[in-house]
Design a protein around this ligand. Structure first.
Ligand code: BTN
Length: 234
């Protein structure tokens, strides 16, 4: 079902925005794929550097329970890259890391009963603007190998189909186990930021609803929904 209808574009402002304009007129699983984005968007309104050598795509889904969709997409992306010989990790909620540098992200947006899952993967990008080069990287820069965009795209579609099926068939334990197997930061000390609120603790686990469970320094458990987390150096 995922990828049974594909809008394949050379250049677009943002695949998420293009998908939004289609919502009521396109089947579930429709993919918008672009070689380049002129106004790629990340979480919290940030811009997303989207030159030609990446995978920029959005998928239209209509889950009955959208809570774990970002988690399912994160697992699908990690599994897809794994199928292509790369072993990334996930940092809650949606950062895809390789050697602790961000090589991808997921922007999930809900409009009425539709969910647009935007996936950005820095595949063969050879350099980043100065303001990103400390935190961002690409598969090419981290492995020294070019990776086939078409192959990654196909694997992302198949793995998203698999993980989305787990979600709609309520196989939540299996999905979360897969997520944990990619979440290398569990057990590490983190700083979690939610708007103005900042907490330091140890990332313990993910809850059934996709919240990050953090053990605070006084032993209390905090469930974090939304926000970002940063790993503290050991
Ligand atoms: C993040 O901030 O980590 C999420 C980044 C998501 C980027 C992708 S690229 C394809 C899709 N279209 C967009 O404009 N953003 C998402």
């Amino acid at each position: 079902m995922i990828g049974s209808k594909v809008y394949s574009l050379d250049i677009v402002d943002s695949t998420n925005e293009f998908a939004k304009a289609l919502l009521n007129a396109t089947p579930e699983g429709t993919v918008v794929l672009a070689r380049q984005q002129t106004n790629g968007r990340g979480r919290f309104g940030k811009t997303w550097f989207s030159p030609e050598q990446g995978l920029w795509m959005s998928v239209v889904l209509r889950p009955t329970n959208p809570a774990l969709i970002t988690i399912a997409a994160g697992v699908a992306v990690c599994e897809a890259l794994h199928d292509c010989g790369v072993s990334p990790s996930i940092k809650w909620p949606n950062d895809i890391l390789l050697n602790n540098k961000k090589i991808g992200g997921i922007l999930t947006e809900t409009v009425d009963h539709h969910v647009i899952v935007g996936i950005g993967l820095n595949l063969n990008i050879q350099s980043f603007p100065d303001d990103l080069s400390d935190v961002a990287s690409s598969v090419y820069l981290e492995t020294g190998q070019r990776i086939d965009r078409e192959k990654v795209y196909n694997r992302v579609c198949s793995q998203l189909e698999r993980c989305y099926t787990m979600l709609i068939e309520n196989q939540i334990d299996a999905l979360l186990s897969l997520w944990r197997s990619h979440a290398m930061f569990l057990g590490h000390d983190v700083v979690v930021e939610q708007g103005d609120k900042k907490m330091t603790g140890t990332a313990l686990d993910i809850s059934e609803s996709g919240a990050l469970i953090v053990t605070l320094s006084d032993g209390r458990l905090e469930r974090v929904i939304g926000g970002t987390c940063r790993l503290l150096a050991r």
